[in-house]
Design a protein. Structure first.
Length: 486
């Protein structure tokens, strides 16, 4: 693509007058630059891309996009904000790929991963070719790619969408984090359906206040647009039981569809019955009632299913087909995942890493637990510190045998994190075992018939970050080895 064509959507105050060179790729990492690349200088938290512009030119960059003047042997295009400009240019270079996809974005504190996987299965079962972007991986048709962020930066995102279009993908489902919304990573994404799961405390290390956290998530619904297109209608799918939905409903011009359990909603679950092997409820869609028997467990799972049903129905999937898909789901990796090696007690691995999600999972376990409930839980380092005592209090409130251990301590002292978890636990009974493997082995070694062990916080993760070192660590494998070693 010619440079002038690429820049036309930026609306530069001073038009670019340089050579109209051919751009073969867009990069913001100088190590990936090749002959003909446009290199974008991004000023990050730890490094400044402007410092690598000369290296990019030496590697073949044909032009550089920057926020300050640079003396280079190639054209330098100046903009106020290269991060915002990167979203515009990426969308243009990859030819606005989301206009050729039915795009569903899911935001919320908890439930994004499960809801996205439920939706991906529903559409795949309906014969659609699907794409998925989220916490666990990116999936393009039948190809799976590892990811670093829940929502990639705009350049990676638009490139991925282009690959989906080229692979013949019809439906793309993605998790949309509050960070991505606030940082503008999803600028240029043409969403058709935006889904809200719930809002509870998380990421206050970044957003500082719950009001700011809530505001960031509202951007997904505001960015659905302000016009109405009968050929391609926009929908906001909102949780009627979460107070934040009122703000999100007022933030969007799109059609609003609600789901819920406790409050009146367009799509509702009633007569919920839970066991250790599944959940049954009546699905109410306006005046119609459909019985559902699914293998997923817990009230939080019902919410995820309702969100998925709502998003599927407004996307044109018949309700009977949606229900058939839901009833066939056995689970999502690291989300209330059972570890079974023939033992007479229950071991569950779950990603619960917020106060709300931990409480939801433990409440669900208490519904069917007959004896002791162990919970092994920690808090991540270099993340929201205010939730640490809350996590510990919830563990002590809902489990009979809480064990506090390390999660991903990162650059923090693991013992200091555990000390902050202990704050406000006077009189509570708990144990501290800093080594996560030892904590898991201890609980499994003590468990008796009928007990339940919840290993919380890391879920699908196959690593543990201690300092700057990433260690192989999978809660499920460690638990299975401990069970077989009894």
């Amino acid at each position: 693509m010619k440079l002038q064509k690429l820049l036309k959507d930026l609306h530069l105050l001073v038009p670019f007058q340089g050579e109209d060179t051919e751009i073969t790729s867009i990069e913001n990492d100088n190590r990936k630059v090749q002959k003909g690349s446009l290199f974008i200088c991004i000023k990050g938290y730890t490094v400044d891309g402007h410092d690598f512009a000369e290296s990019a030119v030496n590697s073949g960059a044909a032009a550089v996009l920057a926020e300050r003047p640079l003396t280079l042997d190639v054209p330098v295009i100046l903009v106020k904000d290269t991060t915002r400009a990167m979203a515009v240019i990426s969308d243009a270079f990859y030819e606005q790929p989301t206009k050729d996809l039915h795009l569903i974005g899911i935001t919320g504190t908890n439930g994004k991963t499960t809801t996205s996987h439920l939706l991906e299965k529903i559409f795949a079962d309906a014969g659609q070719k699907t794409g998925l972007i989220g916490t666990m991986y990116t999936k393009i048709a039948d190809k799976t790619i590892e990811t670093k962020n829940t929502t990639p930066e705009s350049l990676t995102l638009q490139k991925t969408f282009k690959q989906m279009v080229e692979a013949g993908v019809d439906i793309a489902v993605m998790e949309v984090s509050s960070h991505a919304l606030d940082l503008g990573r999803v600028h240029g994404c043409d969403y058709d359906v935006a889904v809200f799961t719930n809002l509870s405390q998380d990421h206050l290390d970044y957003h500082k206040t719950m009001d700011e956290y809530k505001r960031a998530k509202s951007l997904l619904f505001a960015q659905l647009g302000n016009t109405f297109n009968h050929q391609k209608p926009k929908f906001a799918v909102l949780n009627a039981d979460d107070p934040a939905s009122d703000m999100y409903s007022r933030s969007t011009a799109a059609h609003v569809i609600t789901y819920g359990i406790d409050n009146k909603a367009d799509i509702q679950a009633k007569n919920i019955q839970m066991t250790s092997s599944g959940t049954r409820f009546d699905l109410i869609v306006q005046t119609e009632k459909y019985p559902i028997e699914m293998q997923l467990i817990g009230k939080f799972s019902v919410y995820n299913v309702l969100a998925s049903i709502a998003a599927s129905v407004v996307s044109g999937i018949a309700i009977e087909d949606v229900i058939k898909s839901i009833e066939g789901v056995t689970g999502v990796s690291g989300r209330f995942e059972l570890v079974n090696s023939g033992q007479d007690f229950t071991v569950i691995v779950d990603y619960a890493h917020t106060p709300d999600s931990l409480e939801n999972v433990l409440k669900t376990i208490r519904n069917f637990a007959k004896k002791k409930v162990f919970v092994i839980v920690g808090c991540g380092g270099d993340r929201d510190r205010t939730k640490r005592p809350l996590m510990a209090q919830i563990a002590c409130q809902w489990a009979t045998d809480p064990i506090f251990t390390s999660d991903n301590p990162r650059s923090e002292d693991p013992l200091a994190i555990l000390k902050e978890m202990e704050a406000g636990l006077q009189g509570a009974t708990y144990r501290i075992i800093p080594d996560r493997k030892e904590a898991i082995q201890t609980a499994i070694g003590e468990a008796s018939e009928g007990d339940v062990i919840l290993i919380a916080g890391k879920g699908h993760e196959t690593y543990q970050i201690i300092g700057n070192v990433v260690h192989d660590f999978d809660d499920r494998l460690v638990a299975r080895e401990a069970i077989e070693g009894r």
